[in-house]
Design a protein around this ligand. Structure first.
Ligand code: ADP
Ligand code: MG
Length: 321
């Protein structure tokens, strides 16, 4: 099968049909219409074999995750997902693999109304790059720089599940299915992000661990934070691991959560709590913004400790491959 036949068969009709796509896959460029009163929000992420996923990864999960991580970025900005492009590097032509990958990607794209409008297909070590495009009304995007002293800090979902799944795999232990699912099939918090427009003062999606990602908000906003560790939202498995080890690195430094960390001014806290209930999204209030720089953790035993605003970093981390 030729490169063009592969693209035509698997990638020319993926995701939702959209009226704002004048020309999608098949020409030198896609032609897309941005409404005049909206801004285009753009984000790109690469997943590399041996760095972001194991060589034996389920291809449908990889297709899902490659798009989900981008949609999570759009969610954090309050942008509505509309289009995606896909650069796929494959070591060989395994049609069953490509079919499953396209299925995982396409299902998630359908769910969020996203159209795959173009891409590139090349041969080399397995790698997936997805660029996502979203729309947000002029000056309504939620940035990292808006946090102010007194704002409450909220976190969606639970923290540390993917990191625990990875740790178990590295230790050669069995991975409970609910943890494997958090690692393989993250659900981007798109609805939450859209509804936080005009409410949140700052937001970020959690891809490299709460300490590091919250640290980005703090740096951009010129503020610090206090975290109440006993309020961190933990699944039973992570709670157990933290209790056994008395080590908070899973929820604080663990990556791949794809939850949102959101800052909310005091007079809008109640609104956000009602919003979370209405949307059915678990949202935990984990701390507050202060003017003194740094992150101070309140330990469950009453002690306090400054924690490093550091998360996963590709150029300092040791990883397989
Ligand atoms: P060009 O040679 O002009 O770069 P390509 O041969 O790379 O064109 O791609 C042909 C068409 O197929 C283009 O419209 C491109 O956007 C699309 N395309 C290529 N690979 C993919 C892919 N993996 N997913 C979606 N569209 C793709
Ligand atoms: Mg090309």
């Amino acid at each position: 099968m030729s490169e063009f036949e592969l693209i035509r068969r698997y990638f020319s009709d993926l995701g939702a049909a959209r009226a704002d796509v004048s020309l999608g896959v098949g020409d030198d460029c896609a032609l897309l219409s941005v409404p005049p009163d909206q801004m285009l929000a753009v984000s790109i992420d690469t997943l590399n074999v041996g760095v972001h996923f194991f060589p034996d990864v389920d291809p449908a999960s990889l297709g899902h995750k490659a798009l989900a991580v981008g949609l999570s970025d759009l969610a954090a900005m309050g942008a509505e997902p509309v289009w995606a492009t896909l650069a796929l590097t494959l070591p060989d032509l395994d049609l069953d693999w490509v079919h499953a990958f396209a299925l995982g990607f396409g299902c998630l794209a359908d769910v969020y109304g996203v159209r795959l409008v173009g891409g590139d297909t090349t041969r080399g070590p397995l790698s997936v790059t997805v660029q996502v495009h979203g729309l947000v009304p002029q000056d309504m995007a939620i940035r990292r720089a808006g946090a102010r002293p007194g704002d409450a800090i909220f976190v969606s979902g639970t923290l540390g599940d993917s990191a625990l799944a990875l740790r178990l795999r590295q230790d050669g232990k069995e991975i409970p299915s609910e943890l494997q699912q958090r690692l393989d099939l993250p659900e981007p918090r798109v609805a939450l992000g859209l509804h936080l427009r005009g409410i949140a003062s700052a937001a970020i999606d959690l891809s490299d661990g709460l300490a590091g990602d919250l640290g980005h908000i703090l740096e951009a906003s010129g503020v610090g934070a206090e975290l109440e560790l006993k309020h961190l939202p933990l699944s039973p498995r992570v709670a157990e691991a933290v209790a056994e080890s008395r080590d908070w690195s899973l929820p604080l430094q663990g990556g791949d959560d794809y939850e949102l960390c959101v800052c909310v001014p005091p007079d809008r806290i109640e609104m956000v709590e009602v919003l979370a209930t209405t949307l059915g999204v678990p949202l935990a209030r984990v701390g507050w913004i202060r003017s003194a720089l740094g992150i101070e953790a309140h330990l469950p035993n009453g002690g306090r400790s400054l924690i490093a605003a550091r998360g996963y970093d590709h150029f300092t981390a040791i990883h397989p491959g």
